[in-house]
Design a protein around this ligand. Sequence first.
Ligand SMILES: *[C@@H]1O[C@H](CO)[C@@H](O)[C@H](O)[C@H]1NC(C)=O
Ligand SMILES: *[C@@H]1O[C@H](CO)[C@@H](O)[C@H](O)[C@H]1NC(C)=O
Ligand SMILES: *[C@@H]1O[C@H](CO)[C@@H](O)[C@H](O)[C@H]1NC(C)=O
Ligand SMILES: *[C@@H]1O[C@H](CO)[C@@H](O)[C@H](O)[C@H]1NC(C)=O
Ligand SMILES: *[C@@H]1O[C@H](CO)[C@@H](O)[C@H](O)[C@H]1NC(C)=O
Ligand SMILES: *[C@@H]1O[C@H](CO)[C@@H](O)[C@H](O)[C@H]1NC(C)=O
Ligand SMILES: *[C@@H]1O[C@H](CO)[C@@H](O)[C@H](O)[C@H]1NC(C)=O
Ligand SMILES: *[C@@H]1O[C@H](CO)[C@@H](O)[C@H](O)[C@H]1NC(C)=O
Ligand SMILES: *[C@@H]1O[C@H](CO)[C@@H](O)[C@H](O)[C@H]1NC(C)=O
Ligand SMILES: *[C@@H]1O[C@H](CO)[C@@H](O)[C@H](O)[C@H]1NC(C)=O
Length: 836
Amino acid sequence: MVVVLLNARRHILLLLLAAFSCFSVRLSFGEDRITFSTPVKGSETLLSNNGIFRFGFFTPVNSTGHLRYVGIWYAKVPVQTVVWVANKDTPINNTYGVISISGKGNLVVKDGQNRHVWSTNVTASVSPNATWVQLMDNGNLVLQDNRDILWESFKHNYNTLLPRMNLMTNLKTGENLGLTSWKSYVDPSTGNYTVSLVPFPFPELLTKYNNVTKWRSGPWNGQVFIGLPDMDTLLNIDGLNLNNDNQGMVSLTYANDSFMYHITLDPNGAIYQRDWRPSMNDWRVGVRFPSTDCDSYSRCGPYGSCNPGEDPQCKCVKGFVPRNNTEWTAGNWMNGCVRRAPLRCQRLGNRSGNGGGKRDGFLKLEKMKVPVNVEPSQANKEACPKVCLDNCSCTAYAYDQGIGCMLWSGELVDMQSFLGSGIDLYIRLAHSELKTHSERVLIMITAPVLGVAFAATVCILIACWKFKKRPEPQENRSAEILLQRMEALTSGNEPTSNQANLKELPLFEFQVLATATDNFSLGNKLGQGGFGPVYKGVLSEGQEIAVKRLSRASGQGLDELLNEVVVISKLQHRNLVKLLGCCIEGEERLLVYEYMPKKSLDAYLFDPLKQKILDWRTRFNIMEGICRGLLYLHRDSRLKIIHRDLKASNILLDENLNPKISDFGLARVFQVNEDEANTIRVVGTYGYMSPEYAMEGLYSEKSDVFSLGVIFLQIISGRRNSHKEDNDLNLLAYAWKLWNEGEAASLADPIVFDECFEKEITKCVQIGLLCVQEVANDRPNVSTVIWMLTTENMKLPKPKQPAFIATSGVSEAESSGQSRQNVSINDVSLTAITGR
Ligand SMILES: *[C@@H]1O[C@H](CO)[C@@H](O)[C@H](O)[C@H]1NC(C)=O
Ligand SMILES: *[C@@H]1O[C@H](CO)[C@@H](O)[C@H](O)[C@H]1NC(C)=O
Ligand SMILES: *[C@@H]1O[C@H](CO)[C@@H](O)[C@H](O)[C@H]1NC(C)=O
Ligand SMILES: *[C@@H]1O[C@H](CO)[C@@H](O)[C@H](O)[C@H]1NC(C)=O
Ligand SMILES: *[C@@H]1O[C@H](CO)[C@@H](O)[C@H](O)[C@H]1NC(C)=O
Ligand SMILES: *[C@@H]1O[C@H](CO)[C@@H](O)[C@H](O)[C@H]1NC(C)=O
Ligand SMILES: *[C@@H]1O[C@H](CO)[C@@H](O)[C@H](O)[C@H]1NC(C)=O
Ligand SMILES: *[C@@H]1O[C@H](CO)[C@@H](O)[C@H](O)[C@H]1NC(C)=O
Ligand SMILES: *[C@@H]1O[C@H](CO)[C@@H](O)[C@H](O)[C@H]1NC(C)=O
Ligand SMILES: *[C@@H]1O[C@H](CO)[C@@H](O)[C@H](O)[C@H]1NC(C)=O
């Protein structure tokens, strides 16, 4: 009836209306509007014309209090489903309440004491008699006069998106229509989650918790958001339509003829799409975001990629390692991963010229959720990789038909690998990380030939160097110059693989390393190695490194350095410390290694407090690990490498106390069939040196086995080799004495000794003694040592008397780390570079 009245001439009829209201006509069920004279009171409600939505006072089901809210809910649904609430944060007590048009034409909610608890708060220009509120068929509550819509619920404070409703952001006008969650299922007050649509650089949906991103949809490509687990699922949402004016206004709507259909943000921050299933008499969830743990924003941290189908879900992208191994293995992935081998432009600072090793390349990851903070580029599909490669800040690119070229700079956050659809993502890596298996094999085969060629090159180079004498004061680019010289020398008739290998030398700029180590400050000093101090450093990306700065004084630095760099940069084994690169600038020569937080074995073994950390199992694992690293050097790496300075301080420990052999400065490359070499220059550390090497300068892999035996006995006993107790016997003699007395197990450090390990300890002592036998040929090789260590109930040969010469004169403590100064034989060394 009211409809009829309003459609007639207003003035007269409004009078009539007023008269009716005087009789306080109770609003009948089925009414869909409120006027100045027909408020809604108590349990009265409005019903939309199509009978689907209802508006009025309600109390959330299951809530314990009696707080009453004004809102809109589905009329025909037996489970209370509220889609909009007016006085979310100002409920009224169970007392009587009224919803009416105020004297100023606003829709207001008043409690029993006639206090305003909520108002549409728009200033209507016409008289209140001329404004009314209507509950539309689509669930929109509209305050209007006969000219304009003054206010509508579709634009205010909702947690539910109904068909044809807008999710919208307009940067120009500051308008922002998004979803805001309830505090809980029984408390409609403003919660901490919001969903909004951001326009730039590409339209994207974001869920936030107190302004912190929790979920993102990935950029819109014109049809779908490309970061959704199964992009097609979104197409299940009917009539999805995104409108983008590319000037900061973007809006998202969907249309479904059925009104029994909505998208809602629940109090836990999850977005649901639901439709009503009469057969089930309940809502059916169609789409849900996030749908897996992996959808949680940045679950695996920077450079971590999440895969919901794997356990653990997070892993570092190839070429990256956990920033903190302890945290990572404990399942705390938040801090993510860091780059293992620095990019070329990181090594060269920001002067990315032409020199300095091979160009970085890209690793292709398929079916990915692209990381956050995409930067658009105008480049076409072919130019996209090049644009990224040419900019040192660019860390990844991807190409999508609808979006075009996408670039990323800085850390890559919130990646996920999908099972179904997804984008191919190309991540920038240092060239050395991209070697395919076949390439690696090729290098190993060509390496022995190369070693010789390279050594010759270096000789010539040193000659040139000395001849030239004065390096220019401006030597910033000296690394590049050095490289160019090498290339010039080798480009003549050598095969191209040779050049390729030289280019692979990872070169750092001095300034980059100085910055990383805080100008080689004392506070960053980790220790003093054989050729100079070692510093801890942090590259700009957060990656921790150890920098060995070769002593300026040592004129012999260059040959060892280049030797070490070429050799080690090719070796990769979990029991070898990884060399990340080097720096040669002016007088400066530096080596950059991966950083080992636990420092070296001797720091534990011989420290009364720390030695407790190494229980017997750990010690056994360390022994086995050292063997495996050494075996790789001797056998597996194709290049036969004799370490020549194996000792406890050269064994570094990683976070999990796995050993890694370091300091290959004295290693020599020689061909595989060459078993023994005679060197004019003896370098190494007394206490670990085999007799044939110390006295005659003869070395072979059996010299390393001797050092290994010494380390074994040290690990078992926790004693240095120069132990002066027990009748002045050194460690080898002491072990030999106990062995002959049948008391080998009592060599063990009392801290680790336990009867259940007695057999194993005895075996290890025996293996140690076998390794330090006087005659090199009697000593087992490393593979045999591993076999003896790991095979149970094996009958081992009886050791012969060890060589005792090792500690004559100089104690290990003095010589260790300063072999150059203290080993007298070394003083007469010549600067021969190859051991031939
Ligand atoms: C109310 O509580 C009952 C029993 O705990 C539960 O089954 C029902 O789903 C709840 N209703 C709502 C709307 O949360
Ligand atoms: C509701 O009323 C009770 C008692 O009258 C009072 O203690 C409480 O604070 C009121 N709650 C609100 C939200 O006004
Ligand atoms: C109504 O709007 C005015 C100004 O637009 C504002 O100052 C006032 O706080 C608002 N009142 C309510 C109840 O929202
Ligand atoms: C609106 O109605 C009230 C009373 O119902 C009346 O006093 C007032 O004059 C009316 N205003 C207009 C503009 O018609
Ligand atoms: C919302 O965030 C605030 C501030 O961080 C916090 O105090 C409150 O407990 C949060 N509420 C819910 C329901 O999580
Ligand atoms: C979220 O950010 C907006 C704008 O930056 C600010 O107005 C609002 O107070 C912030 N909210 C919270 C809970 O921090
Ligand atoms: C509306 O949604 C229902 C339920 O998902 C679906 O069956 C129907 O086809 C949709 N209608 C249109 C016009 O998309
Ligand atoms: C790694 O994380 C653990 C636990 O948070 C912490 O104690 C340790 O200091 C961290 N290690 C490094 C190297 O930051
Ligand atoms: C390169 O330059 C950028 C910005 O100019 C700076 O943030 C970055 O730290 C620089 N990188 C290095 C390794 O110096
Ligand atoms: C490289 O990329 C950064 C970050 O996207 C950008 O700010 C800078 O302008 C780019 N540099 C060049 C030379 O294109």
